[in-house]
Ligand binder design. Structure first.
Ligand SMILES: [Zn+2]
Ligand SMILES: [Zn+2]
Length: 90
């Protein structure tokens, strides 16, 4: 009898938690636009948004690659790594 009551209360508790979860307004995940991400594409320079030509500069922190030329320009202009905001260190 006690066991039955216990089961009942556990069931009720679980049920109410489920109810709360169901009633909770969880916003749907944001719908991402068709993938225009350019991550993991080798030899893509995020500074001039094109393929890297010539020598490559690799960010020491996030390993993102840039043209050496673009990296030098970015450094001169006081810009940072597009991805991780690391200073351009050449
Ligand atoms: Zn970086
Ligand atoms: Zn570039």
């Amino acid at each position: 009898m006690i066991l039955e009551l216990l089961k009942g209360s556990i069931y009720k508790q679980k049920y109410s938690i489920l109810d709360i979860m169901r009633d909770k307004k969880i916003p749907p995940p944001p719908v991402l636009p068709p993938s225009i991400e350019i991550k993991n594409i080798d030899n893509f320079c995020l500074f001039h948004k094109g393929h890297i030509k010539g020598e490559i500069y690799t960010c020491p922190k996030c390993k993102t690659k840039y043209c050496l030329k673009c990296a030098k320009e970015a450094r001169n202009e006081g810009k940072y790594c597009v991805k991780c905001r690391q200073l351009i260190l050449i």
